[in-house]
Design a protein around this ligand. Structure first.
Ligand SMILES: NC(=O)c1ccc[n+]([C@@H]2O[C@H](COP(=O)([O-])OP(=O)(O)OC[C@H]3O[C@@H](n4cnc5c(N)ncnc54)[C@H](OP(=O)(O)O)[C@@H]3O)[C@@H](O)[C@H]2O)c1
Length: 369
């Protein structure tokens, strides 16, 4: 039995969550990991983690199934809510709508406004993100969980066109929901390299909207209920994968190495290593003084400069042929600051280490052949 108590990690088999589960097990926690299909091969790596046989228990959970979530969370001291759809390509179910009479919202006035606002928008992303988060928080409240760490995203920070020009973005900066609805810029950290891959169904910033709505709902829930909620907002997460299936952000780097794009926009990118994100999540959970939201990013770099580093390290891949300079738009060129997280004791590894470890891992997995 883990000596540090029991915590739940939602979406345990995913990219970021797998690193977190590994870290928690090695630190002596007992972990309840939620997965949608426990017997699926894509979750097999979890059972091979050190101490998993004694201290990891998997629960079959869908974020939209409250009872399944509640069963995994009951008995936990803390919860890390990591699960969320992070699609790479187009949304396949853009016509689905959030039901107006969703029972999960019956006692939550703020969320009811949200439902009304979203009833005409794609929910393949939005519903699991927002309703899933509210389900997790409600189950945490009922189970008297001491702290919930919600994984949000830099996507909930970055799309803020009114932010003062030239000022680095900090935790007071929120993505503008109306701007997300209106625009089709691919400023989403995960999708941002490869705009041309996204046909009309993902032409609005639905992912940014879903993460912004989910995080702001979580903070509102905390205010109303008194639940201790801390949010962590990572930028584009790279680094080696523990899981056997390729996740969206890793695919971004794989495609950059393999695809031979004719032309890409030379946009500013914010990058962080998955192992450093796991560390940040643990700090956000363990440090009593942690409060509010934390931007979690390490390196800000132009895409062309990133490709120059990759080319120097690995000259023989099929890199983009040309970069075009773009006007990023007002308030969208500023860097992101993780100063608040660093004050909590967080540090990060060099970019080259992240890139080398990622590419070596992709190579071993046969993903670059
Ligand atoms: N990767 C990045 O660059 C990045 C950057 C910022 C923030 N984030 C955030 O980090 C978190 C993890 O992302 P990731 O990159 O690790 O993605 P990932 O590997 O695709 O993991 C997402 C996980 O969410 C689970 N999930 C999705 N919908 C679900 C539902 N309805 N019920 C239960 N589980 C569901 C998936 O389960 P299945 O395996 O069953 O599909 C998967 O385990 C997300 O909250 C994401 O928004 C990621």
């Amino acid at each position: 039995m883990g000596e540090k108590g029991t915590v739940c990690v939602t979406g345990a088999g995913g990219y970021v969550a797998s690193w977190l589960v590994k870290q928690l097990l090695s630190e002596g926690y007992n972990v309840h990991g939620t997965v949608r299909v426990p017997q699926n091969d894509k979750n097999a790596h979890l059972k091979k983690l050190e101490k998993a046989s004694e201290n990891l228990k998997l629960f079959k959970v869908d974020l939209l199934d409250y009872n399944s979530l509640s069963a995994a969370i009951t008995g936990c001291d803390g919860v890390f809510h990591v699960a969320c759809p992070v699609p790479f390509g187009s949304v396949t179910n853009p016509e689905a709508r959030i039901p107006r009479d969703g029972t999960y919202l019956q006692n939550h006035l703020f969320a009811r406004h949200l439902v009304l606002a979203l009833t005409s928008e794609p929910v393949e992303l939005v519903e699991p993100a927002v309703k899933g988060t509210l389900n997790v928080l409600k189950a945490c409240s009922e189970a008297n969980v001491k702290r919930v760490v919600v994984v949000s995203s830099a996507a909930a920070v970055l799309l803020s066109p009114d932010w003062p020009k030239g000022q680095v973005k900090d935790e007071s900066c929120w993505s503008d929901k109306e701007y997300c609805r209106r625009t089709n810029h691919s400023f989403v950290p995960v999708f941002s390299f490869i705009r041309t891959d996204f046909p009309g169904s993902l032409s609005k910033n639905w992912y940014c909207l879903s993460k912004t709505e989910a995080e702001s709902e979580a903070i509102e829930f905390a205010k109303v209920s008194g639940l201790d909620v801390v949010a962590v907002c990572p930028s584009l997460v790279l680094g080696p994968m523990l899981q056997p299936t390729v996740n969206s952000s890793s695919l971004v780097l794989i495609k950059l190495l393999k695809e031979g794009y004719e032309e890409l926009e030379n946009r500013l990118r914010n990058i962080v290593d998955a192992r450093d994100v796991a560390e940040a999540l643990l700090l956000a959970y363990e440090k009593p003084e942690a409060k509010g939201r934390y931007i979690c990013t390490a390196h800000t770099i132009r895409l062309q400069d990133l490709v120059d580093i990759l080319r120097r390290l690995y000259p023989n891949y099929n890199y983009p042929k040309k970069f075009t300079e773009v006007n990023e738009g007002e308030g969208l060129t500023e860097g992101l600051s993780s100063e608040k997280l660093q004050e909590l004791g967080w540090s990060y590894r060099p970019l080259e280490e992240t890139l080398v470890d990622s590419i070596e891992g992709y190579g071993e997995a046969g993903l670059l052949d």
